[in-house]
Ligand binder design. Structure first.
Ligand code: SF4
Length: 320
């Protein structure tokens, strides 16, 4: 791995940087065995390690809470398995498909609804994209391709370029959407090579970032977001409503304002997907609605993300 961002990614995945979380007193080996922890040095830098309630720490530290299993929580809360048409391609909603473009992320968020996803069998690496491309070509109603994962930006730019060379040949595909946490946790990934690839694409480009708390929008992250804007991306953000992270109206309002300062529109606020081993992040739906109503009373409509939940088998997300 030659690029700096790739070295940083490798260090994050192996926790080989100088600030891993495994020395933290609340670090749980049992939880780490269930889902290995990973964090970049860059996002680790914003954590106040002496504050156990730090909202960024809570997102990445494996704790004993994860060993609790409850009824009504499961390993596939949004029905990915049933919607997988071919390995690596999920077709749930009309007009768009989701490609599992990578099996890894730069950080492992403890609440991730795909923490149990069988990536080793199901992501779409380069040599399996052929089947996905053929599927998309055979479905003229598909106008949007969403790259997800894992985090698609863990892939090298030349791999993304190979995919888009194929996608752009399919005339009914108009939009490329990328779901990524990387611009805020590994900002160097948005480098010159990435911009050179993205800028001239004929497809409309949408990047849906994933930021849960304003503390994550560091100066480095803001610079990466600026580069995405310069490259022609429409920028949106999705957050997950998480107990002890962002379940207060002031926290969400601050996040919306800071996103907007950086030309990012708040898009979705997800009601927590009931994924097993992350039950301690759950907010009751009635509480979620109350928080959202208070947010509506504080902010102009365009800064209020839609409060949604995903129900396996439904044809669209449900507004709460
Ligand atoms: S970056 Fe996204 S896919 Fe990866 S662990 Fe976090 S929430 Fe899950």
């Amino acid at each position: 791995m030659s690029n700096n961002w790739q070295q940083q990614l490798q260090q994050a995945l192996t926790n080989q940087h100088d600030k891993p979380l495994n020395q933290h007193p609340a670090f749980s080996d049992a939880a780490n065995e269930l889902f290995t922890h990973a964090i970049t040095a860059e996002i680790r830098d914003v954590i106040d390690i002496h504050n156990p309630q730090d909202p960024v720490l809570r997102q990445f530290l494996p704790t004993a809470d994860e060993t609790i299993e409850l009824q009504h929580f499961n390993s596939d809360p949004v029905g990915d398995e049933a919607a997988t048409q071919i390995p690596g391609l999920i077709h749930k909603y009309h007009g768009r498909v989701l490609l599992i473009a990578s099996g890894s992320c730069a950080v492992n968020c403890r609440y991730c609804f795909r923490r149990h996803f069988p990536y080793s069998q199901s992501f779409a690496p380069r040599n399996r994209w052929r089947a996905s491309i053929d599927y998309i070509a055979q479905h003229p109603e598909i106008h949007e391709v969403i790259l997800s994962g894992g985090d698609p930006l863990t892939q090298e730019t030349k791999t993304l370029a190979q995919l888009t060379r194929n996608l752009t040949k399919i005339t009914h595909v108009k939009t490329l959407r990328i779901h990524s946490r990387i611009p805020v946790v590994l900002s160097q990934r948005i480098d010159h090579e990435f911009m050179q690839w993205a800028e001239p694409l004929r497809l409309k480009k949408v990047m849906v970032l994933h930021v849960n708390h304003a503390n994550e929008l560091t100066t480095k992250a803001q610079n990466a977001i600026k580069k995405l804007k310069q490259s022609g991306f429409t920028l949106l953000n999705q957050s997950v409503l998480l107990k002890g992270v962002n379940d207060e109206v002031e926290v969400l309002a601050e996040l919306s304002k800071k996103l907007f300062e950086n030309n990012v529109l708040p898009y979705y606020l997800h009601q927590f997907d009931p994924v097993q081993n992350a039950t301690h992040f759950m907010i009751e739906e009635t509480t979620a609605k109350e928080i959202h109503q208070q947010l509506q009373a504080q902010l102009p409509g365009y800064l209020v993300p839609k409060l949604v939940k995903e129900i396996a088998g439904e044809k669209h997300k449900i507004n709460l």
